[in-house]
Design a protein around this ligand. Structure first.
Ligand SMILES: Cc1cc2nc3c(=O)[nH]c(=O)nc-3n(C[C@H](O)[C@H](O)[C@H](O)COP(=O)(O)O)c2cc1C
Length: 208
């Protein structure tokens, strides 16, 4: 059985958080599809509010705390990433952006990503397309076609069981397919891996 790891990043600030709820449901849908495909799935959730101070300190000093280092390694080492943010002022919130500003350079290249967002109004659902998706494209991560936005009305009654659930299932299936296509373990972060060739290191060159 192939082992797969999903990293789930949630940038909600409230407790309880609708962003976290959406993130959990996206993770469950992805896991269910991967299990259906024969994988053994581990979900690792990074609740960003717990790292807010560490993220700012990293931005100021260039160094992560041990706890933040672990969270960054979780993201860098996963086979797939689910990234969910509340919409603030028609875009991702500052915590979400700041966290991805300190993710190691190149860590998300070719890492399949599913994006989601919550907001106070469905009128801002396209923030996923004009803000969140371009950020991951810049980081060279393939983002699955279905992005899931949940407005307050999506959580109640028929919508939660119908339209939102269907979007979550479709997005989860898309991420599972992308993860399933890739060889297992390619996302495992190796802290001792060389990012520069040995010849370049000996010659004191850093092509980056
Ligand atoms: C400072 C601030 C700005 C916000 N701006 C927007 C916005 O532009 N569009 C929107 O739809 N919701 C906006 N909201 C509402 C949040 O996106 C919404 O409440 C979100 O679901 C909260 O997520 P949480 O429950 O995980 O904390 C804003 C909330 C705050 C606190």
């Amino acid at each position: 059985m192939t082992r797969r790891t999903l990293a789930v990043v949630s940038a909600g600030l409230s407790q309880p958080s609708s962003t976290r709820l959406l993130a959990d449901q996206l993770a469950a849908a992805t896991r269910d599809e991967l299990v259906r495909r024969g994988a053994d799935v581990e979900i690792r959730t990074v609740e960003l509010r717990e790292y807010a101070h560490d993220v700012v300190n990293h931005l100021l000093t260039g160094f992560p705390s041990p706890a933040l280092r672990e969270a960054l390694d979780t993201v860098a080492g996963a086979d797939g990433l689910i990234a969910v943010t509340p919409i603030f002022n028609a875009s991702y919130n500052g915590l979400f952006k700041s966290f991805f500003d300190v993710v190691d350079k190149g860590a998300l290249v070719d890492r399949p990503v599913l994006i989601g967002a919550t907001g106070g109004t469905a009128r801002h659902s396209l923030a996923l397309e004009h803000a969140v998706r371009p950020m991951f494209v810049h980081l060279r991560a393939p983002v699955v076609p279905t992005a899931v936005f949940a407005a307050p009305e999506d959580w109640s009654g028929e919508a939660a069981d119908g339209a939102l659930r269907a979007r979550i299932r479709r997005a989860g299936a898309e991420l599972a397919e992308q993860v399933d296509r890739r060889p297992a373990g390619t996302g495992v972060a190796d802290p001792f891996a060389l990012t520069t060739s040995f010849e370049d290191l000996l010659a004191g060159r850093d092509p980056a």
